[in-house]
Design a protein around this ligand. Structure first.
Ligand SMILES: [Zn+2]
Length: 182
């Protein structure tokens, strides 16, 4: 006797992957969280202190008065940076005006430098506030600045969460640091 065909249940894994892919395309700044698998570092990577000795290995490209610019260790595209206040603040609401003002000024500066170096065709700016929003490090808010090119999502490889990047991180670091210092 022929068995009744089983109803095809939606493949959860495939569904998750599809949502995952959409995150890449529409919310590239979420990639820090996705790439880290949601793991939290033992100490806050955005609490950098005043010692500049290790700025290069920590990928800190620029220090302002209230905020700094740091390269994303898991960049969505070359030049993906984050602007964060020095102060360990978990919410935008608790930030002071001077911190927020400078955060925008540094974003502007980052955009100008990235524009000069890489000629991107667009930018995504975004914040993930709270774990439900996908914040990798939710205790210390930060703003992602992601340069975009038409079709850049085409070169992404999702399997194994490995991204093909056109430039090595430390090369980006050196180039961006000197451009920001101009
Ligand atoms: Zn912190």
């Amino acid at each position: 006797m022929e068995r009744a065909p089983l109803l095809r249940r939606p493949n959860r894994r495939r569904l998750r992957q599809r949502i995952h892919n959409m995150d890449f395309i529409w919310s590239p700044w979420r990639y820090d969280y996705l790439a880290s698998g949601g793991r939290k570092p033992s100490s806050c990577v955005f609490c950098i202190g005043e010692d500049r000795t290790h700025d290069a290995e920590r990928l800190i490209v620029f220090r302002g008065d209230h905020n700094f610019i740091i390269l994303n260790l898991f960049p969505y595209t070359s030049g993906h940076v984050m602007v964060a206040p020095y102060e360990h603040l978990d919410s935008l609401a608790s930030a002071k005006t001077e911190q927020l003002t400078e955060m925008m000024q540094l974003s502007q500066r980052a955009i100008a430098a990235l524009q000069a170096l890489y000629r991107p065709e667009g930018f995504n700016l975004g914040m993930n506030l709270g774990s439900a929003a996908g914040a990798g490090i939710r205790e210390h808010f930060h703003l992602h600045v992601v340069p975009r090119w038409v079709g850049d999502a085409n070169f992404m490889t999702v399997s194994g969460e490995t991204r093909v990047l056109p430039e090595e991180l430390h090369t980006t670091y050196e180039r961006l640091k000197s451009e920001l210092a101009r």
